[in-house]
Design a protein around this ligand. Structure first.
Ligand code: UDP
Ligand code: XDX
Length: 478
């Protein structure tokens, strides 16, 4: 910032007077001045304390907004972006805005929107903010119309920033964001059975849905019924229950639907038998010759056909994809206390922090522990499968290691309400996951902790990526 002059109307940052030349100029004067000035130019109504947000498209001017905001002491930034129709333009936004923002601010929220115009976006979000920052249009003559359009719909302070003319570099380190934007699907994208059936036919692969169960008499029937509906639509070839020696009526209920039922302890007994979900999934591959294996938890109360066609859709329509994992909103009723808590507690307290620390390239996964997953048998049978709850993380890490991050994807399947464990059950689950991760290591650069915790939110095709920086500070008496 030190080597640029800022042309301003009265502009007093939250840190008091910044070293700037104060100019009150007309847009015409600014145009003439901008021809000579190759620094950052800020055209603003002036500083207003309170929440600020930036509405950015990407490019050198959007990048300059970040420098101005960082220089004025903003630590937590909200960025809004109108999703580009041309995919390549998204990469400009990711490289010039999302990646540098994470280095400049303590926390960043990037929200993709689909408003019809900037005016609609400003009308929608403007009331929450005292100042809105924009990157100047590349064509200077469009600057005044932009400013005036925004002022028509927004009563706070408008600041437009124009940066130096530098070459735009596409930053490859934004792979996480590109993966999120290009490998995150919505089940609704695959909701036309006839279309999906034709893709499946062209792919010419056999698909088995394998349902792991342990004492799920309350919900297993509905899960099976839903899977059979999808089979009837011609989208899956087999529905098989893999039970872990339930002591309730899970098996009888499953048999009443006429599907094949196996007790995993009885599958290939010569291989021995272990307790655990991973064991059920490991043994499940022996009871089908399907090319694609898909698992859906049988404790899901809110099951719909979306869980099946959404999970399988990307593999049918994008042959490059060999692994898909569901994600969902996860309200959970904690039975003992009966209070609503955000679900995915082991995800939020263990899996997500672990991924951001040791495997940040996977931080785009919204529900890395989700038990709803589908994979090519060939890949699955190359993996080491832990018999316990570490199976989901083990599969995710190995799927990426085997064929690369871009052959994997995630799909929004809606909402999952499921029977959930108390904190002791979750602690045991977390321990098993940590054990498996420890045995699969080492990862990355030992001793190098990543300082950014990223979390992706997505519902109804609206995306938000939040990242927070946490610096580790060590103290000592020596
Ligand atoms: O040994 C086991 C443990 C669990 N499960 C099934 O795996 C799914 C997820 O297990 P759980 O509900 O224990 O995990 P949570 O959903 O609470 O994370 C459910 O369908 C269980 O019935 C299984 O088949 N065998
Ligand atoms: O996502 C999570 O944090 C845990 C616990 O979820 P809740 O807090 O009970 O909603 O549930 C997942 O983890 C298990 C172990 O990987 C999987 O087997 C489950 O399918 C998955 O729901």
């Amino acid at each position: 910032m030190s080597n640029t002059k800022i042309y301003n109307w009265p502009f007093v940052s939250s840190m008091g007077e910044t070293e700037v030349d104060f100019f009150t100029e007309s847009f015409e004067d600014l145009q003439e001045r901008s021809m000579k000035n190759d620094g950052i130019m800020v055209i603003t109504d002036g500083w207003k304390d309170g929440e600020v947000a930036a509405i950015l498209r990407g490019g050198v001017n959007a990048r300059a907004v970040l420098d101005v905001l960082a220089a004025t002491g903003v630590k937590h930034l909200k960025i809004f972006h109108l999703e580009e129709r041309i995919r390549e333009m998204e990469e400009v936004f990711l490289s010039s805005v999302v990646v540098p923002a994470n280095a400049l601010f303590d926390s960043v929220s990037v929200r993709w929107r689909r408003d019809a115009s900037v005016a609609d976006l400003v009308k929608a979000i403007g009331p929450e903010y005292r100042m809105l920052f924009f990157g100047a249009p590349l064509v200077f003559s469009e600057l005044q119309p932009l400013y005036q359009t925004v002022k028509e719909h927004y009563s706070g302070s408008v600041t437009v920033v124009r940066g130096p003319h530098v070459e735009m570099e596409l930053d490859e380190s934004d792979e996480i964001y590109r993966w999120v934007r290009q490998r995150t699907y919505d089940a609704g994208d695959f909701s036309l059975p006839a279309v999906l059936r034709s893709y499946k036919k062209r792919l010419d692969k056999k698909v088995a849905v394998l349902l792991p169960s342990l004492n799920e008499e309350r919900t297993v029937g509905n899960v099976i019924k839903t899977a059979l509906e999808v089979q009837k639509a011609g989208l899956i070839d087999e529905v098989i229950l893999i039970d872990s020696a339930s002591i309730d009526s899970t098996v009888d209920i499953a048999r009443s639907y006429g599907i094949p039922v196996f007790i995993h302890q009885e599958i290939r007994p010569e291989l021995g038998s272990f307790r655990g979900k991973g064991e059920a999934m490991f043994k499940s591959a022996f009871v089908t010759d399907a090319d694609i294996l898909a698992w859906v938890d049988t404790d899901i109360e809110s099951i719909t056909p979306r869980f099946f066609y959404g999970l399988l859709g990307p593999l049918f329509t994008h042959p490059v994809i060999r692994f898909s994992k569901g994600y969902y909103a996860r309200p959970v009723n904690v039975e003992s206390s009966g209070i609503e808590l955000g679900g995915g507690r082991v995800t939020e307290i263990l899996a997500r922090p672990w991924i951001n620390t040791f495997m940040p390239q996977l931080s785009g996964y919204i529900q890395p522990l989700a038990g709803t997953a589908a994979i090519y048998r060939d890949d699955f049978q190359k993996m080491r499968i832990p018999v316990n709850y570490g199976v989901e993380m083990a599969m995710l890490l190995q799927a990426v290691e085997l064929a690369g991050l871009w052959t994997t994807c995630q799909v929004n399947l809606g909402t999952v309400v499921h029977r959930s464990k108390d904190v002791i059950g979750l602690s045991e689950m977390a321990f098993q996951i940590l054990q498996v991760l420890a045995e699969m290591g080492p990862y990355g650069d030992a001793g190098q902790s990543c300082d950014t915790l990223r979390r992706v939110y997505s519902a109804q095709r609206q995306f938000e990526i939040r990242s927070q920086r946490f610096k580790v500070t060590w103290r000592g008496y020596q």
